[in-house]
Write a protein that binds this ligand. Structure first.
Ligand code: PLP
Length: 224
């Protein structure tokens, strides 16, 4: 079986230069993360705040940690001092909690807003109208300690590639609309996080510039 570093290399060879790889290390032990680190990987994604904080304590300090999962408001404090990017922000209430922790930690916390593009009910995220309501809200405009860097989404889990393509295409369209409407000329609003192990090729075709890949690097997980 191929090692972590071999699998990482094979994936990186398929990614255009401008695409950022987030190696999703959730549930995986620090030793495996170190294998990827030694192969040059510096950006890792976790979906539980406590696990992310614990791993950050014992692993090298130049790792950039991304929170990719659903984040509860009362857990923001565990990661606020150091997290590089929070991918799954899907409510004004969560954004408010992140802003508050940003103030406490005297830093601006980079965030992506999660958009609901899949047909499954279980996937979190805002729809397009809710997204615009958020940008128009007075609260949002007052947040000084968050920075919206772009959007994130997850496609339906299906073998139907046309469906996955069209969901990613929809997210790219929303991204372009939002950029035009609210972030024109703002170079920091630039990240479109879409694509995982099973669908990143499709996501890249549809304009993704950040992929979140777990099992294809670290092997299958026993639980999601
Ligand atoms: C687990 C997870 C991934 C990675 O999934 P793989 O299929 O293992 O690549 C990507 N994004 C999110 C939000 C996840 O929770």
């Amino acid at each position: 079986m191929a090692s972590v570093s071999e699998k990482l290399e094979a994936i990186k060879n398929q990614l255009p230069e401008e695409v950022t790889l987030v190696a999703v290390s959730k549930t995986k032990p620090p030793e495996l993360i170190m294998d990827a680190y030694k192969a040059g990987q510096r950006i890792f994604g976790e979906n539980k705040a406590q696990e992310l904080a614990d791993k950050s304590e014992i692993l090298p300090k130049d790792i950039e940690w991304h929170m990719i999962g659903h984040l509860q408001r009362n857990k923001v404090k565990y990661i606020a001092p150091f997290v590089s990017l929070i991918h799954g922000v899907d409510s004004l209430r969560l954004l408010r909690a992140i802003n508050k922790e940003g103030v406490k930690n005297e830093r601006v916390i980079p965030c992506l807003l999660q958009i609901h593009i899949a047909s499954e009910e279980t996937k979190f995220g805002l729809d397009e109208d809710e997204l615009y309501q958020l940008f128009e809200s007075e609260d949002y405009r007052g947040f000084q300690n968050i920075r919206i860097r772009g959007l994130m989404g997850m496609a339906t889990f299906t073998d139907d590639e046309n469906k996955v393509s069209s969901e990613f295409r929809k997210l790219k369209t929303i991204f372009d609309n939002v950029k035009q409407k609210y972030f024109k000329g703002d170079e920091l609003f630039s990240i479109l996080s879409m694509g995982m192990s099973g669908d990143y090729h499709i996501a890249l075709n549809e304009g993704s510039n950040m992929v979140r890949i777990g099992s294809a690097v670290f092997g299958e997980r026993n639980y999601p």
